[in-house]
Design a protein around this ligand. Structure first.
Ligand code: ZN
Length: 236
């Protein structure tokens, strides 16, 4: 693969880009999609990818036209390794303090006080990170066009999704996965409480959404309000 092909971030709207991180598992590739949000004063990264892949994440941030040292916050949607794995390298590389934000229920797992729910110790030591600030359902972060926190437990007990008000973009984390622009549902293999996960998905019908960024599956723009309405009806 060419160097260029590795970095394929997509700008969704002014001040928001979906990043790509490609993870190789033997012959299989998995794509992860952290999201970058920015305005004149702040840059915020949502989720950080797998441990050891920070250099590619940093390049993706730069490709979006954002200086890495402009980054002031990292929001973690939940505790899973593929979301928190890049935090410690990122914090070490930054020239100034970066605030880590998460939901209070997942905070003790992220901080290493409780073992990560899905971590397999045979894959190496669990990553961990400090959490500086906790956010709850309905909180609005008044930066980068306004970011509403939506509590979406199920995949993990302290999972959050984020609604970017300025661009009407929903950042789902792992509340839902997608394939080729179609919203599927929770990833059944990795979601301990499926009923709760479907209840969480139904909350998205309360928002006017134009674009969805799924951490696993990428962008969806095709009648997404309608897609969410149908999924919620089917699992009511
Ligand atoms: Zn994930």
């Amino acid at each position: 693969m060419s160097e260029e092909g590795l970095y394929t971030m997509k700008q969704v709207a002014q001040g928001i880009a979906m990043l790509d991180q490609i993870v190789q598992f033997g012959e299989h590739q998995m794509e992860l999609h952290p999201t970058l949000l920015w305005d004149d004063d702040h840059a915020i990264l949502v989720d950080t990818g797998m441990p050891g892949l920070f250099p590619s994440l940093r390049k993706e941030i730069q490709q979006a036209g954002v200086l890495f040292n402009h980054l002031s916050k990292v929001i973690l949607t939940h505790q899973d390794v593929d979301h928190i794995g890049g935090v410690s390298e990122l914090l070490a590389a930054s020239e100034h303090p970066v605030e880590v934000v998460a939901h209070p229920v997942d905070k003790p797992y992220i901080e290493g006080e409780k073992p990560l729910i899905k971590h397999d110790p045979s894959r190496g030591p669990a990553p961990s990170s400090k959490v500086d600030v906790t956010v709850e359902d309905g909180d609005v972060l008044p930066y980068c066009g306004g970011i509403t926190v939506i509590f979406t437990p199920g995949h993990t007990p302290g999972h959050i999704s984020l609604y970017h008000q300025a661009s009407k973009t929903l950042i789902t984390g792992d509340a839902i996965i997608s394939n080729q622009g179609q919203l599927i549902g929770p990833n059944e293999n990795f979601t301990p409480d499926l009923d709760l996960a479907w209840k969480s998905i139904s909350k998205f019908t309360n928002y006017d959404i134009e674009t969805v960024i799924c951490y696993h599956g990428g962008l969806c723009t095709d009648n997404v309000n309608e897609q969410f309405r149908k999924l919620a009806e089917a699992h009511a």
